[in-house]
Design a protein. Structure first.
Lengths: 74, 281
C-alpha cells in the first residue's frame, strides 16, 4: 500500500466501515484501471469524482460530496 | 466541551438549579424589603403620632403653669409671684421645642415637616409672648400695655394649641399612611414573588422540554431507522442530530447501513454475472 492509498482509506473508513477496501478497490479498478495500492497523488482528483458518484448510491448526497471533497483535497 | 448527554443533563439541571436559587433569592429579598419597609413606616408613623400627643400634653401643662403664675401674680397684686410656676412652664416649652425639632427630623415628607415646623414657630412665639407678658405684669399688672401683652400671650397660646392639634392630626395621618404603605408593599411583594415564581416555572418547564427533546428526538429517529433496516429497507437516511453519544451511534449505524448496501449490491452483481455466465454456456 502506498502512503496515498493509506490516507484515502483512512478518509473513507468512517463513511464505508467494513466496505471501505472493497469500495476503493472497485472504484480504482473500474475507473482508474489500477490497484488501490498503486494509487498516486495525481490520481486522487479523478478518484474523488468516482467516489462521489459511487458513494451517492450508498448514502445521502451531502455525505457523499463530503467524502469526495476530502479525498480531492489530498 | 463535547455536548455529551451527561454534559447536557448536568447543564440543564444546573440551569434549573440556578433559576430556582434566583427565584428563592428574589423571593427572600422581597420578604426582607417588605419587613424592613413595614418596620420603617410603622416606626415613623407611630413616633410622629406619639410626639404630637406629647406636644399637646406639654402645651396644656405649659398653659396651666402660666395661668397659675398669672393668677398668683394677680392675687398678690404683683408682689408675691411664684417663680416656680414660671420655671415649670419654661421647662414644658423647652420640651415642646425639643419634640417639634425631633418631629421635623423624622417627618417622611415636606407636608409633615411643614406642619411640625409651624409648631416650632408657634412655640417660639408663645415663649416670646409669655416672657413679654410676665415682664410687663411684674412692673405694672394693671397697665393697658400689660393687658395687651397678656392678650397677645393668650393668642399665642391658642395658636400653639391649634398648631399642636394640627400636628397630632398629621401624626395620626402618618400612622394611617404607614398602614397603607404596608398594604401596598405587601401587595407589591406578593405580585413580585408570584410573577417570578411563574417565570421560574415557565423557564424550568422550557429547559426540561428542550432537554427531553434533545435526548429523545435522536433516539426516536434511530429507533425508526433500525426498525426500517431490520425490515430490509436500506434506502433510509441516518441523520446525525447531535454531537453527543447518540450522534456517534448514528454515525456507526450509518456506516453499517452503507457497508450492508455495498455488499448487497456487490452480491447482486456477482449473482447477475454468474447467471449471465451460466446462460452463455
Amino acid at each position: 500500500m502506498s502512503a496515498v492509498s493509506d490516507r484515502v482509506t483512512a478518509i473513507c473508513q468512517p463513511y464505508f466501515g467494513p466496505a471501505t477496501s472493497s469500495f476503493l478497490a472497485r472504484q480504482c479498478k473500474s475507473h482508474l484501471k489500477i490497484e488501490v495500492s498503486d494509487l498516486t497523488q495525481a490520481q486522487c482528483k479523478e478518484l474523488s469524482k468516482w467516489i462521489g458518484v459511487g458513494a451517492g448510491l450508498l448514502m445521502d448526497q451531502a455525505k457523499a460530496t463530503e467524502v469526495a471533497e476530502k479525498v480531492a483535497r489530498l | 466541551m463535547k455536548p455529551t448527554i451527561r454534559n447536557k443533563l448536568v447543564g440543564g439541571f444546573s440551569a434549573v438549579l440556578v433559576l430556582l436559587t434566583a427565584v428563592a433569592g428574589i423571593g427572600g429579598y422581597a420578604v426582607y424589603s417588605l419587613k424592613s419597609s413595614a418596620y420603617d413606616a410603622t416606626r415613623v408613623g407611630s413616633r410622629l403620632n406619639a410626639i404630637a400627643i406629647e406636644i399637646q400634653l406639654h402645651n396644656l401643662e405649659a398653659e396651666r403653669r402660666a395661668t397659675k403664675y398669672m393668677t398668683a401674680l394677680k392675687a398678690s397684686n404683683g408682689q408675691g409671684a411664684q417663680e416656680g410656676f414660671l420655671e415649670e412652664a419654661a421647662f414644658e416649652v423647652h420640651e415642646i421645642e425639643t419634640l417639634s425639632a425631633q418631629a421635623v427630623t423624622l417627618a417622611p415628607s415636606k407636608e409633615y415637616r411643614d406642619k411640625f415646623e409651624k409648631v416650632a414657630t408657634a412655640v417660639a412665639d408663645y415663649k416670646t409672648a409669655l416672657s413679654h407678658a410676665v415682664g410687663l405684669a411684674k412692673k405694672d399688672l394693671n397697665s393697658a400695655e400689660t393687658k395687651e401683652a397678656i392678650s397677645s400671650y393668650e393668642d399665642a397660646a391658642e395658636d400653639l394649641h391649634e398648631t399642636a392639634e394640627d400636628g397630632e392630626a398629621m401624626g395620626r395621618k402618618a400612622s394611617e399612611a404607614s398602614l397603607a404603605s404596608i398594604e401596598s408593599t405587601s401587595g407589591r411583594s406578593v405580585t413580585l414573588v408570584t410573577v417570578i415564581s411563574l417565570l421560574g416555572l415557565a423557564l424550568g418547564s422550557f429547559v426540561s422540554f428542550k432537554l427531553a427533546h434533545a435526548i429523545l428526538d435522536p433516539v426516536e429517529h434511530l429507533k425508526t431507522v433500525a426498525e426500517s433496516v431490520s425490515l430490509g429497507n436500506l434506502d433510509i437516511a441516518v441523520r446525525r442530530y447531535s454531537g453527543d453519544e447518540i450522534g456517534d451511534l448514528a454515525d456507526s449505524f450509518s456506516r453499517m447501513v452503507t457497508a450492508v448496501k455495498f455488499f448487497r449490491m456487490e452480491a447482486e452483481e456477482s449473482l447477475e454475472a454468474a447467471n449471465a455466465h451460466g446462460g452463455d454456456r
